[in-house]
Design a protein. Structure first.
Length: 220
């Protein structure tokens, strides 16, 4: 697979099948992703992987929190509000997704089940947690984005599907305790890894994009 195909076929996989991912495969993906660029080669990332039974244990604790309505409290704060046009894109994504899943706006039960699947890590067999030192700032966060996409593209090339999700890191105390992540690290993002469940409608959902004409101003 070339980079262009990987860029176009990667998507946020929100339903994984029950097929394990081997440690070798995850290591191969991470080895490739470590080639990502960073500010003056500072390489701010620290990576923790939870696979198989370890992830199942974390998943059970997350679901318990979800069912108890525990508030989300990630190390990197959630934005309280978004300016209107971005808020609209968030709403559009939800509308497009629920339309695709044939879940109506008033079907609270189905919407809740779909939201809950986040805290079940979409049934993924493995999650990669991306952390960085709390003292680092915005430029290091930029680097975290670069390594995230590198991991996801390497996963695509390796025949795996992935899902970057803030909801995987909204209970950092569980992750710190299960994975021995020190307090000085912010747990920034989780990337779920596995194989898409072809039977689930989630696996055929493709989010829309703004057009090239809208985004790009080109001069020569
Ligand atoms: C930093 C970040 C956090 C995200 N968190 C979530 C999440 O918690 N749950 C979720 O379903 N998707 C999450 N996503 C996935 C986005 O919704 C998705 O990337 C976007 O809608 C574009 O769709 P695509 O990835 O399928 O191309 C996240 C993506 C990023 C980059």
């Amino acid at each position: 697979m070339n980079v262009s195909d990987a860029l176009k076929s990667r998507f946020t996989c929100r339903s994984f099948k029950q097929k394990p991912v081997s440690r070798e495969k995850i290591t191969e993906i991470l080895e490739e992703a470590l080639h990502a660029p960073s500010w003056a080669n500072t390489q701010p990332w620290e990576i923790y992987v939870a696979n198989a039974e370890k992830l199942d244990k974390i998943r059970a604790e997350y679901l318990e929190y979800f069912d108890q309505d525990k508030p989300r409290n990630p190390d990197v704060a959630l934005a309280r509000t978004w300016p209107d046009k971005y808020q609209k894109r968030i709403r559009d994504l939800a509308d497009e997704m629920y339309n695709h899943l044939k879940i109506s706006g008033t079907d609270e039960k189905e919407r809740n089940a779909s939201w809950r699947s986040n805290f079940e890590f979409f049934n993924a067999p493995a999650v990669i947690y991306l952390c960085m030192n709390q003292e680092l700032g915005e430029w290091s966060m930029f680097d975290m984005g670069a390594i995230s996409q590198s991991i996801m593209l390497a996963a695509t090339e390796a025949g795996l599907d992935s899902a970057p999700a803030i909801n995987l890191v909204v209970h950092p105390e569980i992750l710190r305790s299960e994975l021995d992540i020190p307090m000085e690290l912010s747990i920034v993002l989780g990337i779920a890894l596995g194989y898409k469940n072809d039977e689930a409608p989630q696996s055929s959902f493709k989010s829309s994009r703004r057009s090239l004409e809208e985004v790009v101003k080109y001069y020569e």
